[in-house]
Design a protein around this ligand. Structure first.
Ligand code: ACO
Length: 380
């Protein structure tokens, strides 16, 4: 059988999935069939409800949701030995590397494996969703030389993370916006990190290795790392007047504009529209951000120059502006993305286990055959 090679596996289905759906031409994203706008704008929807929907394929009723939230609350704390391990991390290291190491370390502490037992799946989901935010916040405080703040049971998932990070209870409006942004980033079909999670899951290893592998993949600047690069780019541009000269220069040097373009979306990412709206709400309540005007002008200029190629803002373009206003440091943008995307990774882990076959693609060999071995003395 001749198989056509497609770089980056573009357009090649890697699985069958019922978790999320994207129409890149129409700008549609659905979680388990529900449009993302509908979920994000429901005043009663929360990230944990969304995570439950993605993982267990149904919206939980009040009782089921309360139980899930309670379990997550109960498991938020880190073992003191994980905190001790984190104390040895260099403070100059990137928080994504710290998170990847901590996620993998969970496998050492919870080494029992029972992948065909639904209660094991439930416990792993709860532990991972509960502990990732605590790990991210703890690393942030520890690298500043402070002790980590213990989670607070009376705060919601989103509010508790902002509290552990900034060492003060967040404004409820800010916590709500953060919760919506977690929902927006929770799942997005078979992107690079999800694919990585699925490949790892297909070997039937433990769920902590699955999440650690996905975290490592999300870290790259072409994937989750782009939101960090967007802020660096807006800082470099510096003023609205400099947007077009900056763009001309970048395009002349054939460099990518961070936060723009997507393998699937050929229109503006629906999540970028919602995040832009959230950013505007935050600025209205807590004060303007000078980079917002630069971002809007850049979006206009990129659309003029690259719109014909389908290059529009992706999810990372406005997320950084939202996170900045919530007091999240730039190098925590990707770990915050991981907090949220863990829901999607876990949903795909569970789906993969249900119909597992180990991933083992093929290749098109481009090397030599039957080459002679040249002894070391005869090599040039
Ligand atoms: N700036 C300028 N031109 C771009 C951009 C961009 N951001 N993105 C794509 N293009 C152009 C390419 O130069 C190419 O043009 P050409 O056909 O004339 O050579 C064309 O659009 C296709 O680009 P590819 O890189 O082949 O598209 P691909 O699907 O492989 O890459 C990607 C998608 C990686 C997201 C790309 O658009 C990119 O690097 N964007 C910037 C980084 C970024 O924002 N990443 C976050 C993505 S969202 C997420 O992962 C959460």
């Amino acid at each position: 059988m001749t198989v056509e090679f497609r770089a980056g596996l573009e357009g090649i289905p890697a699985t069958q999935s019922s978790i999320s759906f994207v129409d890149g031409q129409k700008g549609i994203l659905e979680y388990r069939g529900i449009p993302i706008q509908e979920l994000a704008m429901q005043p009663e929807n929360t990230f944990l409800e969304t995570a439950y929907l993605l993982i267990w394929n149904e919206l939980p009723n009040r009782e089921v949701l309360a139980e899930f939230e309670h379990e997550i609350q109960y498991h938020r704390r880190l073992k003191y030995r994980i905190r001790d391990m984190m104390k040895c991390f260099p403070e100059s290291g990137h928080p994504m590397d710290a998170l990847q190491a901590c996620a993998a370390a969970l496998g050492l502490f919870y080494s029992k494996r029972a992948l065909d037992d639904p209660s094991y799946i439930r416990a792993a989901v709860v532990r991972i969703l509960a502990k990732i935010p605590t790990m991210v916040a703890a690393f942030q405080l520890m690298r500043k030389g402070n002790d980590p703040v213990q989670p607070r049971d009376d705060l919601s998932y989103a509010a508790n993370f902002l509290y552990m990070l900034n060492e003060q209870e967040p404004d409820p409006f800010a916590a709500r916006i953060f919760d919506i942004s977690l929902t927006l980033h929770a799942e997005h079909t078979i992107n690079a990190s999800t694919f990585s999670a699925m490949v790892t899951a297909s070997t039937l290893t433990d769920p902590y290795a699955v999440i650690a592998s996905a975290v490592g993949t999300l870290a790259g600047p072409l994937h989750g790392g782009a939101s960090e690069e967007v802020i660096a780019m807006l800082e470099e541009i510096g003023s609205v007047e400099n947007v077009r000269p900056f763009l001309d220069d970048r395009l002349e040097r054939k460099e990518k504009i961070m936060g723009f373009g997507h393998r699937v979306y050929k229109v503006k990412d629906p999540r970028a529209n919602i995040l832009q709206h959230l950013a505007e709400q935050l600025f209205e309540k807590f004060g303007q951000d000078k980079y917002y005007d630069i971002a809007v002008e850049l979006e206009r200029a990129v659309e003029e120059r690259l719109g014909h190629k389908g290059i529009y803002p992706n999810v990372d373009f406005y997320s950084g502006l939202v996170y900045r206003k919530l007091g999240i440091p730039t190098d925590l943008f990707t770990p915050v993305f991981a907090i949220s995307r863990a829901a999607g990774w876990l949903a795909h882990w569970k789906e993969q286990l249900a119909e597992n076959r180990i991933f083992r693609p093929t290749q098109i060999y481009t090397g030599l055959h039957g080459s002679p071995y040249i002894s070391i003395d005869q090599r040039t």
